[in-house]
Design a protein around this ligand. Structure first.
Ligand SMILES: [Zn+2]
Length: 499
């Protein structure tokens, strides 16, 4: 992309007069008599040439109306807005602690030194309500001076604030997500819905658990890890609670999904573990997650989430990859998207920037990499790029990367992936926390990197191609996208004539 633009620039500087007239003729050529060419010309007019500022309002209009296929890096609880969670707190009759802005589900346990506010009481005190929004989302983080925690903490802490509300009304939540998706022409969501809820403490005694944890923490190769995983699987086979927990989760997703899919929209689900827990619980969630995904047509993949720079996440990183490796051999059809390389220089010691993406691919066999920001620092980065190009895709989350890691614009490895031809999908991560949407991710992309219209369309089609849907669902979604693009380009061709 960049190389082509440089060539154009060089030709222009050597043939200045002719070049200028060529450019203006190209912009409104009478030869543009098909909808695709007119849409492409309109898009590239709006985005402008390399040194021109894009016309953002027109870009918003264009990209809101553009079919965007799927959002593949999407967290259920991080997608619902804080205001909606507050509605649910009110509906439940819960309260808000005026000191720490956390949800009080049981008023008898409230801190007597603080006020226990109903949602209506909170709403009457605008400064308190505004303060709550800054803690339950990233709202107003950057636009005024106030006491604040580091941005990555602000981001991840939000889940602790709205957590209780995120665990209720999920059937309403997925309908809200669907309505929002349709409003911005997104027709597929692959959401990281929930952990399975299976807990090692309900399956084993404290001493058994501690023994497994101690053994896991000493493991330093795949073979030893597998022997321990075998023993845990054997122990879980002795209790009916493990399978019951898996079946309950499969049923929960089935019930949640009722009435969601239709001719305009498809939703599928991932389950995950949080990488900051003890290794036995991580294994328990992954094992139950793989089994649930193997059993359900609606669950299509397994993920690993939570801050990658957390000290437990760093300590156990390779052990977690061994878990994925072991479970992949047991359940070879289960797809994996792993948050990997959501790190940058200064955030962790340099040694932790060398291998996360590599192990996510080579040991865990990730089909997609979430974020992939540390690629410039990884060992064997070039071999990894070739591998990603041939065998995987990277999920790009521009807003989240800028907020959490401070990585944006020319520093973002989008430029490396683009030049190398690594397949990418554009996604939101947590649009409720970030208070954005998928359209805005495309606006950022177009503004910063000025891809041409064909490249934008490639990203949209990648979101179906690299999704974890079944073959039949992919074919259906691809056909739907073709139809939607045909309608969109017809509409944009008319706009091209008017603007
Ligand atoms: Zn994420």
């Amino acid at each position: 992309m960049i190389k082509i633009k440089l060539t154009t620039l060089l030709l222009c500087s050597s043939l200045m007069a002719g070049c200028a007239s060529n450019m203006s003729t190209n912009a409104r050529s009478p030869a543009l008599n098909d909808n695709f060419s007119k849409t492409k010309a309109l898009f590239e007019d709006i985005v402008g040439s390399e040194h021109e500022k894009p016309e953002i309002s027109k870009l918003n209009l264009f990209l809101t109306r553009m079919p965007k296929g799927g959002d593949l890096h999407h967290h259920y609880s991080g997608t619902i807005y804080a205001e909606t969670y507050l509605d649910w707190v009110k509906e439940k009759g819960w309260h808000i602690d005026s000191c720490n802005f956390k949800i009080i589900t049981d008023a008898s346990k409230a801190d007597p030194k603080c006020q226990t506010l109903t949602v209506d009481e909170l709403l009457k005190q605008d400064p308190l309500y505004r303060k709550l929004l800054t803690l339950w989302s990233d709202k107003d983080f950057s636009n005024h001076f106030h006491e604040q925690v580091p941005p990555d903490s602000n981001f991840f802490n939000t889940f602790g604030y709205f957590g209780a509300a995120a665990n209720v009304n999920q059937n309403i939540g997925v309908k809200i997500i669907k309505a929002r998706a349709l409003a911005e022409n997104v027709s597929y969501i692959e959401t990281q819905y929930s952990r399975t809820g299976v807990k090692s403490k309900h399956l084993l005694s404290d001493s058994e658990r501690q023994q497994f944890i101690n053994t896991l923490l000493k493991v330093d190769n795949q073979q030893d890890a597998n022997a321990t995983f075998d023993s845990i699987v054997e122990a879980y086979a002795k209790t009916s609670h493990f399978n019951q927990g898996v079946n309950d989760f499969v049923e929960e997703v089935r019930a949640l999904h009722e009435g969601i899919d239709d001719e305009n929209f498809t939703m599928r689900y991932q389950t995950y573990t949080a990488r900051v827990q003890d290794p036995l619980q991580v294994f328990t969630e992954l094992y139950s997650g793989f089994l649930a995904t193997d059993k359900s047509e609606l669950l299509v993949g397994v993920n690993i989430v939570a801050p990658e720079n957390n000290h437990v996440a760093l300590r156990d990183y390779t052990l977690h990859m061994y878990m994925f490796n072991y479970l992949s051999a047991k359940y070879p059809h289960v797809k994996k998207a792993l948050h990997a390389g959501e790190l940058t220089l200064g955030m962790v010691r340099p040694k932790d920037l060398l291998f996360h993406m590599k192990q996510a691919r080579e040991i865990a066999g990730a089909n997609r990499i979430g974020h992939g920001i540390d690629i410039p620092y990884e060992q064997d980065a070039l071999a990894q790029l070739q591998d990603l190009k041939e065998n995987a895709a990277v999920e790009i989350n521009l807003t989240s990367n800028e907020f959490i890691l401070g990585v944006s614009h020319e520093e973002h490895p989008y430029l490396i992936y683009e030049d190398y031809g690594v397949p990418m999908v554009i996604s939101t991560d947590d649009s409720g926390v970030s208070r954005n949407n998928l359209t805005n991710e495309y606006v950022l992309l177009a503004t910063r990197y000025k891809p041409n219209y064909e490249e934008i369309k490639d990203y949209v089609y990648n979101s179906i191609k690299y999704s974890f849907m079944s073959k039949e669902d992919k074919a259906k979604n691809k056909q739907r996208l073709d139809t939607k693009f045909s309608q969109f380009e017809s509409e944009m061709a008319q706009l091209y004539e008017k603007l």
